[in-house]
Design a protein around this ligand. Structure first.
Ligand code: MG
Length: 273
């Protein structure tokens, strides 16, 4: 069942979203060649602590509980990379995904950061993935069903010669990080028949296209978490938590903007729902 959120609940979620956005801005400012991915994770963990936010990723159950507050996936790593001693190199692309809970509400977002000057086709991959997320948010405001948005995302990716990862999808988000519905970045017969949902005010979803330069196929590494492309070619990932409102899509994990004003969000006030 999909839970729709009231305006005050959405404003509460905005607080968590803003902390996630600031955490990723911090990450963008520190990524450089020579940095170990665990140093990024530590900075985000400290930032969450200072912000009174509870990290969502640490301890997520699996064969081994996820050990960090961020997933950091470099180059051919698609998602769920474990931060560690790996050093970032000139020309890498570094995907950082994180989430937190504030006042009982969750936010979740991801960015892929080019380091220095990656190969042109790799930069293009990052750009197209970012544009796919932007396109989805824009189309949310003028589509009736998610399938219309997802089909457009897939077309956009494939038009550029890249592939959409199908093994992982976005998700509803609210009190928990992962709620219904599933939010794919592609369409297939099963989704059209059983998974499609209406884009109505109160819907809050994490939209997260994962786009590969080569094959869409992924495989799991021996650390039980890191997913890599089956052909070893690079992958990019962008994510925002987005609420549908009477005024259109409201990006909860982005910078302060006109939608905050329209909806009456005050970053200095707790909007207890
Ligand atoms: Mg997510």
């Amino acid at each position: 069942m999909i839970t729709l959120r009231s305006r005050s609940e959405i404003l509460s979620m905005r607080r968590a979203g803003l902390v996630v956005w600031k955490a990723l801005e911090l990450v963008k400012s520190m990524v450089r060649p020579g940095l170990m991915t665990k140093e990024i994770d530590q900075a985000v963990e400290d930032f969450f602590k200072r912000s009174g936010a509870q990290p969502l990723f640490k301890g997520v159950p699996g064969r081994v509980p996820f050990p960090a507050v961020t997933c950091i996936s470099v180059n051919e790593e698609v998602v769920h990379g474990i931060p560690g001693d790996r050093q970032i190199k000139e020309g890498d692309i570094v995907s950082v995904d994180t989430g937190c809970r504030v006042d009982g509400w969750c936010g979740d977002a991801a960015v892929t950061i080019p380091v220095g000057r990656p190969a042109p086709e790799v930069l293009k991959l990052v750009e197209v993935t970012r544009q796919t997320l932007d396109l989805a948010i824009e189309l949310m405001g003028r589509s009736r069903l998610w399938s219309e948005v997802a089909a457009a995302m897939q077309r956009y990716v494939e038009k550029h010669g890249f592939s959409v990862v199908e093994a992982f999808v976005g998700h509803g988000i609210g009190r928990s990080m992962h709620e219904e519905p599933q939010v794919p970045n592609f369409v297939n017969a099963l989704f059209l028949k059983k998974g499609d949902f209406a884009l109505q005010p109160g819907l809050v979803i994490a939209i997260e296209p994962m786009v590969n330069l080569g094959t869409k196929k992924v495989r799991l590494c021996r650390d039980h978490w890191t997913q890599v492309t089956a052909d070893g070619k690079p992958s990019a990932h962008f994510e925002h938590t987005v609420a549908m409102t009477e005024f259109g899509p409201y990006v909860l994990t982005g910078p302060l903007g006109p939608m905050d004003e329209k909806l009456g969000f005050d970053p200095d006030r707790h909007h207890f729902a």
